[in-house]
Design a protein around this ligand. Structure first.
Ligand code: 3DU
Length: 213
């Protein structure tokens, strides 16, 4: 994934037709497509390959298991064309390192989650999760656009690692706030794929990211 627009599409639609329609409209304004369980369960894992022919794919499987299972999941995702994966860090350093090894470093570790419940269990340990991402050799972290001040705090811990940031739009966060706080990319789903004009919505977000820098 090379930064051009600073926008990652969260493609949480549940049909191949919707996936194709949205990707066709937005592909000029996003740098990667993030695929999560809804799309995979609805259309099958070959969707990873199909999307990877259009854009870099990040498999957001929130991988959270013992090291061997993590390794097997990551190998399946990467062999189908994923460029990167997202894993949880609360499973500990051996589990995260298993993902990092299997993905050759192309791993983003979830820290503080962006929804209200993210404050309950993930926020109190987010600094430690960010430090773990760094020590395990991950590419970056996932940090909440709904709390830009937390992006800034986590940036201090991870130094030059990348921050990808969900929570813009439907969850109430603002793209420019997240970027100004230190995010490299925003992750956006509903505010793009539910928009009457997904291409226009993605372009507006890419413009906002540029202005926010
Ligand atoms: O709220 P949206 O529709 O823009 O989607 C956000 C996406 O990012 C969605 O795929 C969700 O699973 C993911 N995500 C978060 O929303 C919050 C996190 O802390 C981590 C991932």
């Amino acid at each position: 994934m090379q930064k051009k627009n600073g926008v990652i599409l969260a493609l949480d639609v549940t049909s191949r037709a919707d996936a194709m329609r949205v990707v066709e409209a937005v592909k000029g304004y996003v740098d990667a497509i993030k695929i999560n369980w809804p799309l995979i369960l609805a259309t099958g894992p070959d969707m990873i390959r199909e999307m990877s022919l259009v854009k870099d794919v990040i498999c957001d499987f929130k991988i959270a298991d013992i090291p061997n299972t993590n390794k097997l999941i990551v190998e399946q995702a990467m062999s189908r064309g994923a460029s990167a994966v997202i894993c949880h860090g609360f499973t500990g350093d051996d589990s995260v390192k298993a993902c990092v090894d299997a993905a050759k470093g192309q791993v983003f570790v979830v820290t503080e989650m962006s929804h209200p419940g993210g404050k309950q269990f993930t926020a109190p340990v987010a600094d430690k999760l960010a430090a773990l991402a760094k020590s395990a050799g991950a590419r970056g972290i996932v940090a909440p656009a709904t709390r830009p001040e937390r992006i800034a705090a986590l940036r201090k811990i991870i130094g030059g690692l990348e921050i990808i940031s969900p929570g813009v739009g439907a969850q109430g966060g603002k793209a420019s706030d997240a970027i100004r706080a230190g995010a490299d990319y925003i992750i956006v789903g509903r505010a793009i794929y539910d928009a009457p004009d997904p291409g226009g919505a993605a372009k507006a977000l890419a413009d906002e990211v540029k202005e926010g820098v």
